[in-house]
Design a protein around this ligand. Sequence first.
Ligand SMILES: *Cc1c(COP(=O)(O)O)cnc(C)c1O
Length: 483
Amino acid sequence: MNETKKVIFELSRPGRVAYSLPKGDVPQTDIGAKLPEHLLRKKAAELPEISELQLMRHYTNLSQDNFGVENGFYPLGSCTMKYNPKINEVTARLDGFANIHPYQPIETVQGALQLMHELQEDLAVITGMDGISLQPAAGAHGEWTGLMMVRAFHEKRGDLKRKKVFVPDSAHGTNPASAHIAGFEVVSIPSTEEGLVDLDALRVAVDDETAALMLTNPNTLGLFERDIAQIAEIVHDAGGLLYYDGANLNAILSKTTPGTMGFDIVHLNLHKTFSTPHGGGGPGAGPVGVKAFLKEFLPVPRVDKQADGSYVLNSDYPDTIGQVKGYYGNFGVLVRAYTYIRTMGPVGLRKVSESAVLHANYLRKRLEADFETPYQVICKHEFVLSGNRQKKLGVRTLDMAKRLLDFGFYAPTVYFPLIVEEALMIEPTETENKEMLDEFADALIAISREAEETPETVTQAPHNTSVRRLDEVRAARQIKVKF
Ligand SMILES: *Cc1c(COP(=O)(O)O)cnc(C)c1O
């Protein structure tokens, strides 16, 4: 193994340090005397002892083994891996945002509260909702929060038999999971040949036990549910609520809103649509929005503006579902999303969606001769191909995804949505240029040729990455996460 690739513990030599700290000014004996005996360390912690240079190389090398939107194209469908403008980081690092404490006196954090209040108002306009809570930590958390409000709404009316939440069979896995955790029975609604909600099946399914329908629009196939007004009518006539999964909002910014489409509750994924870094597992932010008749159920505390222009954290809402997260949300993510919205403005946001949709359709057309395209219609910001043709030659979608890494691209989402066999779900986003889209299309087409001519090149891939193909079954079953 190369010296620079050694595990950090193997580089350790007694006495090497990567820090220089001033001498402590609290006598050791005092610290010892104030802590209970059983909490005192008996022997020194086993930490690697290395120099600052070694430490820097260790982290730089780790970062280079990684793939992110900042070193290459990342067309991971449904995840909206757009470029995250660096100005977002500048604002999030401002002293008055980065170095405040949730227990500070309220009059000393007025600027932070103003930002949250204005972000709530911006998101209300963008979604066509009347009230917003910024608390949930991610999209899935927003779904659960929204469904708890669905429950509170029906229960307050004494309508206790509404136990069913409907989700289309193309839905993201978090939708049925959130509904289940919120105590509902999940009922799947089939899609038509065209990839849209089957209206007849929905009409038959709804009844007086219907609590809500959860929908993504455009849906996970990248297709706009053009019958959304009828869908809303069917659900509302049955006494249910309409829930909008906002993960695909990037397709409709400043074009239309979930509120206009008839939705009652939405969640947003600020880390997807509003350009805050994600992919390493967080933090994210999943604000929820509701129409006026549901505002009373929103989580507390709420950021309210008083008559004198000052801001308060208000928990005085008797019908609230309560607090869903410690403190007030992932504040740093909120600052980044606010910065993005304010730098783009309404016209900029419209261009985001128009470009995202244009890019997806351009790629779709470039690839349709070489891959099975189950839905040959104009898509929104993403589209789904099938690797069925290549599968007949012994090359699976997973193999093509690995081979793309050799070409310097992150792989699209694979095997989702579940209703498309050998699915490849591609979301190019608005932030790539035409040359990059062409390079990616050329790579996928070249891989499809390889599947015909030299399939083992694809089935053995990746060849050029720092780690070759993993034994994924073993990696999942015998997971080892410490040194
Ligand atoms: C990402 C995503 C979610 C879940 O959001 P998280 O922020 O990852 O919790 C839900 N639905 C769809 C369609 C998604 O793409």
